[in-house]
Design a protein around this ligand. Structure first.
Ligand code: F6R
Ligand code: ZN
Length: 179
């Protein structure tokens, strides 16, 4: 494989290049992670669905020799009192991940068997997620929250773990002390 480059606009958070796959997640995709089902029904009234975030991924290979990067663009918004969030996952293989905030105002919720942490996550914040920590991002601002993440390409994703057990913390508009 030859080296290659992508182009990330650090102001807009737009990423361009070959080898990029863009996926979109909507409120419907998040339906099992949303507690306030009444608020969800209200939001979707008269609408087909609402996009919550997009993830642009470049995975040069699928083995431990490679590194995958993603740029996530998480929209601002609330379902009732709860801020828009990413579904959240733990990596199937206990591998680490780096997160870099590009724009917007967010929080990163991290948890393992014993504890959970909520870290401020905005432009310039570089957060190391050690192996074995589940993670979810929350947009607590009025603009898109854009961030980059990088992990070993063979890490794999476990989403069911988060849906079945639930996240240890929901970030509500009233949680003002956190942001
Ligand atoms: C990859 C990673 C992020 C998330 C993205 C969307 O390991 O942590 O790129 O995948 O922010 O969140 P999920 O994957 O939880 O829907
Ligand atoms: Zn991850």
């Amino acid at each position: 494989m030859d080296p290659f480059s992508l182009r990330l606009n650090l102001n807009s958070g737009d990423v361009k290049g070959n080898n990029l796959i863009v996926e979109s997640k909507t409120l419907f995709d998040l339906r099992y992670s949303i507690q306030n089902q009444k608020a969800l029904t209200k939001l979707l009234k008269n609408k087909k669905d609402i996009e919550v975030y997009t993830v642009s991924t470049c995975e040069p290979g699928h083995t431990a020799a490679h590194l995958t990067i993603h740029v996530t663009r998480l929209k601002p918004g609330k379902i009732g009192e709860e801020f828009f969030f990413t579904k959240g996952h733990i990596h199937k293989k206990p591998t680490a991940e780096w997160y870099l905030g590009i724009s917007g105002t967010g929080l990163l919720l991290l948890w393992n068997k014993n504890k959970h942490l909520v870290l401020p996550f905005s432009r310039g914040d570089l957060i190391y997620i050690p192996p074995g920590w589940a993670h979810r991002t929350i947009n607590v601002g009025d603009e898109d929250l854009v961030f980059l993440s990088c992990h070993r390409s063979d890490a794999g994703y476990d989403y069911d773990f988060v849906v079945e057990k639930g996240a240890p913390k929901r970030i509500l508009a009233s949680d003002k002390e956190l942001f």
